[in-house]
Write a protein that binds this ligand. Structure first.
Ligand SMILES: [Zn+2]
Length: 469
C-alpha cells in the first residue's frame, strides 16, 4: 500500500513554486525554478508538439533531437523513430544527433564534447534531449553555453525527455561533466519542460530504474555530510528547505519499493516524482549537497578508476545505492562510537605537503598522466586549508557533540537497515559485486577510502580521515 505523499507534486510546477515562496531560508536566497512545465503520465510523450508550441516553438521551426546509440523502445515501438515521426507530422524540421559510444558501449559526458553539440546551432532552434543522464547533462549544458554566448537572444528552448528513471539530473540546473577524467558539477540551466512518459520509463532496462532508486537514496546520508560541513565551517550555506521538499522520502520509497522493482506505471510515477524533486531540491540551493556526499564521491571514484581496472562503467545510481549503504553504516558507527573526549586535536591537521604527496601517489597509480592527481589536489588543497583555518569550530563541535550535534546528525541520516530494505525490496544491488560490470572489493575499498580526496566538498570520510579512524 502506498499512502504517504510528497510535500508537493512536481507535475504541478506552479504549486512547487508557490510552496517554495512560503519557505524560510537562512539566507533568503532560494533560486527560482525556471521550468515551465513537467508532464508525468503514461501518454504524455504525445504532447511534445504542444509543449514546443507553448514554449513558442512553432511548426516549421528547427529542432535538434539528441540521442545516443542505445536502441530505445516505448513498449514495442522504436522510440527514436516515434519521436522523429511525431515531430515530422507536427511540421517541425528535425535533425537527429547521435552521441558516440566508447568501446564499452557508453557515452562519456566530456566537457569538450558539449562544444561539438553547439557547432552549427542556430538561434531559434529547439533542443530535445531524448536520453538518460549523460545525454541530458550534455544537452542541458549545450543549451546553457548557447544562452551564455547569445545573451541578446531568447533563452534556447530545451525539452528534456527522460528515457529512464535513472538519475536526478533531469530537473536540476547543474550538469555533471568530465574534466581531465574527474567528474565535476558545473552550474548549468533548467529545461524549459520535462516530459516523463511512463510508457517510456517502464520500457527502460530494469537496472536503470533501480539505479534511479539508488540515486534518490543518497539523500539519506548526504544531508548528514552537508550538516557536518556547515557545523565545521567548511561550507558557508546550509538550508533545510531541500530536506522539507523531500520530506518522508524514506517512507515513500519504502512503500513503493516493490512497485518500483515490478516496473508498474505506479512505481515508475513515484520514482519519477522523487527524482524530479531531488533535482529541484539541489537546484533551489544551487548546490548538489542535499543529495550528493560520501556516496557520490565513492561512485565518482569508481568511474575514475574503471579504465585502470579494464572495465566499463556501472550505472551511476546503482553505485550510489551501494555506496549509500556503506555511508549509512559509517554514519551509524560514527554516531555510536564517536567520543569527543578522546580527540587528539594536534594530530587532526596533516601538513599540506604530506597530503599533496599522498594524493599524487594515490591517483598517479590509476592515471599515470598525472592529470587526475593534479585536478584532485587542486580541489582538495582548498578543503584542507579551510579545515585548518577552522580548528576552533571543530573544537566547539566536539564540546557540543552530545548536547547538539549527535542528535541532529542522527535525525538527518537514515539507519542502514532502512536503506538496505528499500534497495532490497526493489531488487537493487546491495554489494559492489552485484553491480554490472561487477566491482571487486579492492576497487570498491579504494573508492570508499579515497573518495573524499577528489573534491572540495566536506563529507564524513574527511572527518574520519582527520580523526585517524
Ligand atoms: Zn547522482
Amino acid at each position: 500500500m502506498i499512502n504517504t505523499t510528497f510535500t508537493v507534486d512536481p507535475a504541478n510546477i506552479a504549486a512547487v513554486k508557490r510552496w517554495l515562496a512560503t519557505q524560510d531560508d537562512p539566507r533568503d536566497q532560494l533560486r527560482s525554478i525556471d521550468i515551465d512545465e513537467i508532464l508525468i503520465g503514461p501518454g504524455v510523450l504525445l504532447d511534445l508538439p504542444f509543449v514546443l508550441q507553448r514554449a513558442g516553438v512553432n511548426p516549421g521551426s528547427k529542432v535538434l533531437l539528441v540521442v545516443d546509440e542505445t536502441p530505445m523502445f516505448r513498449e514495442d515501438v522504436d522510440l527514436k523513430r516515434f519521436v522523429r515521426d511525431l515531430l515530422y507530422v507536427a511540421g517541425y524540421h528535425e535533425t537527429m544527433c547521435h552521441l558516440e559510444h566508447d568501446e564499452y558501449g557508453q557515452v562519456h559526458a566530456e566537457f569538450e564534447d558539449v562544444e561539438g553539440l553547439l557547432w552549427g546551432l542556430e538561434p531559434g532552434t529547439a533542443l530535445i534531449a531524448l536520453g538518460s543522464g549523460t545525454v541530458t547533462d550534455m544537452v542541458k549544458h549545450a543549451a546553457y553555453l548557447f544562452d551564455q554566448r547569445h545573451p541578446e537572444e531568447h533563452p534556447m528552448v530545451y525539452i528534456c525527455i527522460p528515457t529512464a528513471n535513472s538519475v536526478t539530473a533531469y530537473a536540476a540546473n547543474m550538469a555533471v561533466l568530465l574534466k581531465d577524467g574527474v567528474k565535476r558539477t558545473l552550474p548549468s540551466r533548467f529545461p524549459t519542460a520535462i516530459i516523463s512518459d511512463l510508457r517510456i520509463l517502464a520500457s527502460a532496462p530494469k537496472a536503470m530504474t533501480l539505479a534511479g532508486l539508488g540515486d534518490c537514496c543518497a539523500r539519506f546520508v548526504a544531508y548528514g555530510d552537508w550538516y557536518l560541513a556547515s557545523a565545521l565551517g567548511l561550507v558557508d550555506y546550509y538550508s533545510e528547505v531541500p530536506l522539507a521538499l523531500l520530506n518522508n522520502l524514506d517512507k515513500i520509497l519504502m512503500e513503493a519499493a516493490s512497485a518500483i522493482g515490478q516496473r508498474s506505471h505506479k512505481g515508475e510515477a513515484i520514482l519519477a516524482r522523487a527524482l524530479l524533486l531531488a533535482g529541484i531540491a539541489q537546484s533551489v540551493v544551487n548546490m548538489s549537497a542535499p543529495i550528493s556526499g560520501t556516496e557520490h564521491v565513492t561512485s565518482h571514484v569508481l568511474d575514475m578508476i574503471a579504465s585502470h581496472y579494464h572495465r566499463g562503467l556501472a550505472l551511476h545510481g546503482a553505485q550510489v545505492g551501494v555506496a549509500t549503504l556503506t555511508a549509512a553504516r559509517l554514519y551509524q558507527n560514527f554516531l555510536d562510537t564517536f567520543d569527543p573526549r578522546t580527540v587528539r586535536f594536534d594530530t587532526c591537521y596533516p601538513e599540506h605537503e604530506r597530503m599533496k604527496v599522498h594524493i599524487y601517489q594515490l591517483f598517479d597509480e590509476v592515471d599515470p598522466t598525472g592529470a587526475m592527481a593534479k585536478e584532485c589536489w587542486r580541489d582538495y588543497s582548498k578543503k584542507l586549508a579551510q579545515w585548518q583555518d577552522n580548528r576552533s569550530l571543530f573544537e566547539q563541535f566536539c564540546q557540543s557533540w552530545y548536547e547538539i550535534h549527535s542528535e541532529k546528525l542522527a535525525s538527518l541520516v537514515c539507519p542502514p537497515t532502512i536503506v538496505q530494505q528499500i534497495l532490497a525490496n526493489a531488487g537493487a544491488p546491495l554489494l559492489p559485486q552485484e553491480l554490472e560490470p561487477s566491482v571487486s572489493w579492492e576497487e570498491y575499498d579504494f573508492a570508499v577510502n579515497n573518495g573524499h580526496f577528489i573534491r572540495t566538498r566536506f563529507v564524513l570520510s574527511d572527518l574520519l580521515y582527520f580523526l585517524g579512524a
